[in-house]
Design a protein around this ligand. Sequence first.
Ligand SMILES: Nc1ncnc2c1ncn2[C@@H]1O[C@H](COP(=O)(O)OP(=O)(O)OP(=O)(O)O)[C@@H](O)[C@H]1O
Ligand SMILES: [Mg+2]
Length: 386
Amino acid sequence: MSAESAQGRGRAAARFDVDGLLADRGTRIVVCCGAGGVGKTTTAAAMGVRAAEAGRDAVVITVDPARRLAQSMGLRELDNTPRPVELPETGRGAVPGSLHAMMLDMKRTFDEIVEAHADPERARQILANPFYQSLSSSFSGTQEYMAMEKLGQLRESGDWDLIIVDTPPSRSALDFLDAPERLGRFLDSRLIRILGAPPATGAFRVLGAGVGMVTGVIAKIVGAQVLKDVQSFVAAFDAVFGGFQERAERTYRLLQERGTGFVVVAAPEDDALREAEFFIERLRDDRMPLAGIVLNRVHRTAVPDLPEQAATAAAAELDRLGDHALAAAALRLHAEQARVQDREQWLMDRLAAAHPEVPAAEVPARPEDVHDLVGLAEIGRALGEG
Ligand SMILES: Nc1ncnc2c1ncn2[C@@H]1O[C@H](COP(=O)(O)OP(=O)(O)OP(=O)(O)O)[C@@H](O)[C@H]1O
Ligand SMILES: [Mg+2]
């Protein structure tokens, strides 16, 4: 949508210049976040294609992409390594930049940290530990944390001009920013410390006999074997833990830097927009740089100047005249589309009025899912046009 028509419809917010963000060499990290199913993965991948078209060497970290989309990007396995994406030529010839993509394998990333921080014998013990295995694949927030961890790794490697991060669907907007701290807090919690402390040292010495009783009760509840697993896990993990917390903090600070831009993705629906507002406010509270909001799957009628009521009235008139069933049906279809469009516009205007400081770009709803590079390039173009 052009700036004029945006103003014409009374938007208070500025247009989000996605092309400007992607072409700016100062932009080093873009994080796409938002509610479940709104198009985070699609937007992240489409921005990767668009950035390559603008001459950037970009890498996209995706989380759980749909199978067909992953295949079209040449992603066949979860191996935690960025793979080159073969971009088709555009109308202007070969793409000047490049795109790599990877699917985040949460457990593999967790394992890599352990391997990087513990000596080989201790790493082997941790990786084989059943408690570690369930923690690394199921702890709530681990996926969010691992996306951040991978981002930190890629940034530190210095190999990437632009890193675009897709984030997992979070039921709560808070999960994503809280994940590093929550994981740290969990591993550092009194309970884990107490359970993990070897007898006669640490917490046991301080707390005395009471702890023996506590662990006895816990052993009854969770089972002696689980308790043993936890204890040996914590003992082995201690060496690794300090680095973990420190890395989480470093990545958190990296996100606050000028070279980072958060993009909140939303659909023009009541719930999704409310959740988007929550993200906007949370990012502001955490002083994370918000680049703009992408309103994805916006419906537009082919005849924007024909209002719903006029179309409905005209259809009724044609019914009365008789013999115009097809035209009347087309008018009714248009009336329905106009109704959807008005409703979406009303919701988007409400968001713009509440957050006029946040620029917004609109991406039209396509008749089909986005599952190939051509589709991604089209979404990229729509993003660029705002
Ligand atoms: N503008 C669009 N037009 C049509 N289909 C779209 C559009 N954007 C996304 N989709 C489709 O919507 C579905 C959900 O998109 P996507 O996987 O990007 O969402 P997500 O926010 O990453 O979801 P999740 O929270 O589950 O990770 C996909 O099938 C995708 O192809
Ligand atoms: Mg996704």
